[in-house]
Design a protein around this ligand. Sequence first.
Ligand SMILES: Nc1ncnc2c1ncn2[C@@H]1O[C@H](COP(=O)(O)OP(=O)(O)O)[C@@H](O)[C@H]1O
Ligand SMILES: C[C@@](O)(CCOP(=O)(O)O)CC(=O)O
Length: 491
Amino acid sequence: MPPRTNGHVRVGGITEDLEDIHLNGTNGRKRMPSKRKLSSPMMPAFMVSAPAKVILFGEHAVVHGKAAIAASISLRSYLLVTALSKSKRTVSLRFPDINLSHTWNLDDLPWGAFSHPSRKKRYYDLVTELDPELIDAIEPHLENVSERAPEDIRRVHRNSASCFLYLLLSLGHQQLPGCLYTLRSTIPIGAGLGSSASIAVCLAAALLKQIHTLSGPHEDQPPDEARLNIERINRWAFVGEMCIHGNPSGVDNTVSTQGKAVVFQRTDYSKPPRVEPLWNFPELPLLLVNTKQAKSTMAEVAKVAALKREHPEITESILAAIDTVSKSAAELIGHEDFDSEELASLEKVGKLMTINHGLLVALGVSHPRLDRIRELVDHEGIGWTKLTGAGGGGCAITLLKPGVSHERLKSLEKILDDEGYEKFEATLGCDGIGVLEPAVIRNGIEDDQGGEEIDQEKFLNADGIEGVEELVGVHGQDGPREAWKFWRVED
Ligand SMILES: Nc1ncnc2c1ncn2[C@@H]1O[C@H](COP(=O)(O)OP(=O)(O)O)[C@@H](O)[C@H]1O
Ligand SMILES: C[C@@](O)(CCOP(=O)(O)O)CC(=O)O
């Protein structure tokens, strides 16, 4: 196919982009005849943040309409949105975790295709599939994203860029102010912990906020109103997930938006899923281990679909067995007798994890390095292990037996370390999408000094994961940072 011209502009330095950001100014722009207020180009910088997740039961089966149990975890993505001055008609992505930096001219983007009455989607619509014509319309604008990078890296960059463009063009309008979208994440990418969902949630929330379709979050917001906002973000995050890996079930974006833990099932893709929040999800003693073996969710999901085509009855019976396992686990965990500190309770859940892993092996989505973790944990007799997420690499979770000695844990950790695995500490059942507006954090600075303004340069210069957590983390060293606000949907 001959290269199409698209008027992309690459920018080199970030400071140039920042030099004329004005806060709290006015714009004098012509308003569109719309009931909703259009974005002010001088809106103060703000941040959004969404968590990673672990799937405790039911991955893959959930893509085929079965139940899954997932919980958010304390690793998170953080997105800083900084408006540019009126004269700058560009949108830029700075995603340093994947080394992506790209700028588009706002006026060159295919607004016409997205706003055509036959295709236009509203911010409150339920979109259950991508529109192939709109995918075609953004394709030329992805062509020179990281054009000199190797193909595998380009694919990663284009996935993230297409998620952004599809959401921007669906939700935004040409009169939007130029903007910088800078994302940093503490979630390992492609490790089965829902990094893609977390960025899709951040982008959906940021864009919905910019077009003034969200209210709050604020402390005395009624749960129903909070739920509506969460639902709106989740619907568009699902669209973003579709751009990244084709055929998502929606469990990842749901738990990342809503937080805590959920039982999730989507039997009919044209309707919203059934989501049962598990507000009292127990604090399970989990060990999270990353094989550091790269995988692609899209490829693993495609593997199961191919197996289902080849052996429909067998595959369906494996998926049905996983469904039974997930439902039994939900019942066990939700039962009033369940005690997360008692061996008998944990053993029942652990055995279900072992069965679930075996069924995933049967589906062909495990990996020798995942099975090695299971073998090591079984050998030490310290718990029950299953892969989590898409498999093919990525992470495994181990439910630890109560009272496992420090020495035995240390000896396991040493072997894992020697064999190139990485161990994670993460809390289960965290807050979902959060908003920091304006992007100002009180980092130990006295109240009357108003806190520290987070700009792109500071954010990009934060040193590694710890630096990001320290600068903007929803949890500071002394507990939750109050400037971050979350929609509270619990009654
Ligand atoms: N920190 C990040 N910055 C930019 N893009 C990201 C980031 N994390 C994830 N992504 C996008 O999500 C994709 C990974 O999604 P996926 O294969 O589903 O893995 P995971 O199991 O982590 O969700 C990446 O290829 C990239 O497009
Ligand atoms: C395999 C699947 O069930 C989970 C994928 O999780 P992850 O992308 O590996 O974090 C796919 C899905 O639910 O969309």
